[in-house]
Write a new protein. Structure first.
Length: 199
């Protein structure tokens, strides 16, 4: 059963810590896309979704390029964005974890080849897909991220693990007010105007 498996049971590279790191980027990308929305200028759910996807791609790419996490790389920079967790290909999408679309279940050729490499040609990798589903609430905010291992054209679920993000909702920063003490209690004497005579 899917509930009996964890990501790291399928491949040791898929650790909880790594999946949390990437999932937090996805969560933050959607938060920031909503925060930057210009509703009065015509932003809608579609444009916010496009921006959130672009933000997420950018953040994963930047983190991979920084080299702080040597397990993270990007395989495909296109709109079929594929990133690698220690060689294991993963993609992400926005939508319910229990209703992956045909597009979500479509495997890219490069993804299939990389998966075969990651599993050393083991038949266990055949037809397997790894996805992160970003589920959203009625306001469009990310409510949870679910790691999915899906198999075959029908997308049979082999693992569905809700990533424990423990992300605090962003609150506006509070800047403490500072009362400045005046150094002079009286205003300085006025300078005489040019051309005026001193009394």
């Amino acid at each position: 059963m899917a509930d009996d498996k964890y990501p790291w049971d399928l491949h040791p590279a898929l650790t909880a810590e790594r999946l949390v790191t990437v999932s937090r980027l996805l969560w933050a990308a959607r938060r920031d896309a909503l925060g930057n929305a210009a509703w009065a200028l015509g932003d809608d759910a579609w444009s916010i979704g496009c921006r959130a996807y672009a933000f997420a791609k950018n953040r994963i790419t930047r983190l991979a390029e920084r080299g702080a996490h040597n397990w993270l790389r990007v395989l495909d920079y296109s709109n079929n964005f594929i990133f690698l967790i220690e060689g294991v290909p993963v993609r992400f999408y926005r939508g319910p974890a229990d209703e992956p679309t045909d597009r979500t279940l479509r495997q890219q050729e490069a993804e299939a080849q990389q998966l075969s490499l990651a599993f050393n040609g083991d038949e266990a990798a055949e037809g397997l897909l790894f996805r992160l589903a970003v589920e959203t609430d009625e306001r469009g905010q990310a409510s949870r991220v679910v790691f999915l291992a899906l198999r075959g054209e029908g997308g049979r679920v082999e693992c569905a693990w809700s990533v424990p993000l423990q992300v605090e909702r962003a609150s506006p920063a509070v800047t403490p007010t500072v009362q400045l003490t005046l150094l002079q209690s009286e205003p300085p004497p006025a300078k005489p105007r040019r051309g005026s005579r001193a009394a």
